[in-house]
Design a protein around this ligand. Structure first.
Ligand SMILES: [Zn+2]
Length: 264
């Protein structure tokens, strides 16, 4: 359910743009064709037709909240702190990698749905010959984020530091759904050149299939508030990631019709 005005506005804008997408139209048409003849002439479209989706992955703009901190789709940025600001996810796990010491050397925790997807994607990427992913950073608590932010600001200054590290309570990492990855032996760890590595190219092309988006795309700092971060993956689920891919919209804020968030 929508929980505030910004969400309602975002939802209504989404509704205008994607209210009856092509896939939905096909699904409804198929449901009508299959179900109505079974019920006999004169039957109406089944009441549940709205929720039918015949083609995976499915997407409905109101599947999850974009305001609730525990939601798969929560939008956290410089204008949208988590609520509560010291939110702690309840579903943190260490991903069940085939080779945990290689893939998660620091034994970091991730929200369960993101962890499972990361395990699958890591295996698929390795099999396809694009190398071995490992987790560089994942869930960060409010207090830990405070030290990450302070460290970045003292190292780089306020402006550059805050283009890289969020203030506590504003970081996606606090939701457990964001993961900074590296690739074994491919260099460019937490540098923009990661986007040009084999692994970076694989992720840009295929991460959506596993439900991840590149949350801070190149050239979108004025909207996201962050520099290009080809290593920062955000789990939103395959339904939404595929919907964004198909729509051509790469920025999470813009997809939901939210205001740009360049500053606090
Ligand atoms: Zn990150």
């Amino acid at each position: 359910m929508p929980t505030n005005t910004s969400e309602r506005n975002a939802r209504s804008q989404r509704g205008v743009r994607f209210g009856l997408g092509f896939r939905r139209f096909i699904a409804l048409a198929a449901a009508f064709t299959i179900v109505v003849p079974l019920l006999g002439g004169g039957a109406s479209v089944p009441a549940k037709a709205e929720t039918l989706c015949l083609f995976e992955p499915c997407f409905e703009a109101d599947d999850y909240s974009i305001d609730e901190a525990a939601s798969l789709w929560v939008v956290a940025n410089k204008q949208r702190p988590l609520d509560p600001i010291k939110f702690v996810p309840k579903n943190l796990v260490q991903p069940a990698f085939a080779n945990p010491s290689r893939s998660n050397p620091y034994r970091l925790r991730v929200a369960k749905p993101a962890a499972d997807a990361l395990v699958k994607m890591t295996a698929a990427m390795r099999k396809a010959g694009f190398g071995d992913l490992f987790i560089q950073s994942a869930y960060r608590s409010y207090d830990y984020q405070r030290s990450v932010h302070a460290g970045a600001v003292s190292r780089l200054g306020l402006r550059a530091g805050e283009a890289l590290a969020a203030r506590p309570g504003h970081s996606e990492h606090q939701t457990g759904l964001a993961i900074d990855v590296g690739a074994v032996g491919q260099g460019c760890l937490i540098y923009t050149c990661f986007g040009k590595t084999k692994a970076g190219r694989y992720l840009a092309k295929y991460a959506y299939k596993y439900g991840f988006i590149i949350r801070y795309p190149e050239g979108k700092t004025a909207i996201t508030g962050y520099q290009y971060e080809p290593w920062h993956l955000r789990y939103v689920g395959p339904g939404l990631a595929t919907e964004m891919r198909n729509s051509g919209e790469t920025v999470f804020e813009t997809f939901w019709g939210l205001e740009p968030a360049p500053n606090y």
